[in-house]
Structures are given as structure tokens and as C-alpha cells.
Design a protein around this ligand. Structure first.
Ligand SMILES: [Zn+2]
Length: 127
């Protein structure tokens, strides 16, 4: 998860809140930030999910808050990773996949097809 900035500085993972079009606050966005020149960029792994969210928001345009962690599995994993930087990223990801598989089994046991579909969608984001 470490990257070099174009200035040669080290880019570290930080979790930010981003305000979209001055009205919607998007919480828990994983951002790589340069220690030297303070340049920021959205973490590669969540770019697609963020793009999709912004597309959805531009249709709805309702002021308020969105927790990015809830719509993007990668954001969820990266937030956990940022909080527990001593745990390797692949362990974090593995743990999240285990959790989702547990939930999937539960949904299947309850025969809840909507829930099963939702969990499948989440799993697809990270597998
Ligand atoms: Zn830099």
C-alpha cells in the first residue's frame, strides 16, 4: 500500500472526508498523501467504487452524508488497515472475506435472497 509520489516523497494511506459539490459529505475515503509535498490522490483500489458513488450522487443530488466504507468493500478494508497498520493488508482482506462468507451462509440459511444478492455484490468487489 506504499507508493512514491512524483516528487520522490513517500505516500502514506490516510482516511479523509471529502465534500462532493459542496453538499454531500463522503466519509472514510482512503487517500494516499505525500509526506513531502502534501499531494493527495485517491487510493487506486477504491477509484472505481468512488466513481460509481459519484455517478449515483449526481443523479440523486441529496445533501447529506454518505459513508463510503458502507458502499465500497475496499474502502472498508483500507479503513481497517489504516487503523491497524501493523496487520498486513492481505490479512485484513482475508478477514473481511471470511466475515462476508459467514454472513452469506447466514443469509442462505434464512433463505433471504435479497440479502444473499447484496453479499454476493460485496464479495465480488474484493475477490
Ligand atoms: Zn510529493
Amino acid at each position: 500500500m506504499e507508493k512514491r509520489c512524483c516528487c520522490g516523497g513517500r505516500m502514506v494511506l490516510t482516511i479523509r472526508n471529502v465534500v462532493y459539490q459542496g453538499s454531500v459529505e463522503i466519509e472514510n475515503v482512503p487517500v494516499l498523501s505525500c509526506e513531502r509535498c502534501e499531494r493527495n490522490e485517491i487510493a487506486e483500489a477504491v477509484k472505481d467504487d468512488l466513481k460509481k458513488l459519484l455517478d449515483d450522487l449526481s443523479c440523486a443530488a441529496v445533501p447529506g452524508k454518505v459513508n463510503f466504507e458502507e458502499v465500497s468493500e475496499w474502502a472498508h478494508v483500507l479503513v481497517q488497515y489504516a487503523e491497524n497498520a501493523h496487520v498486513p493488508l492481505r490479512d485484513m482482506l482475508g478477514e473481511r472475506i471470511d466475515d462476508l462468507l459467514d454472513l452469506y451462509l447466514l443469509a442462505k440459511t434464512l433463505n433471504d435472497e435479497d440479502w444473499m444478492r447484496e453479499i454476493q455484490g460485496r464479495l465480488k468487489q474484493v475477490i
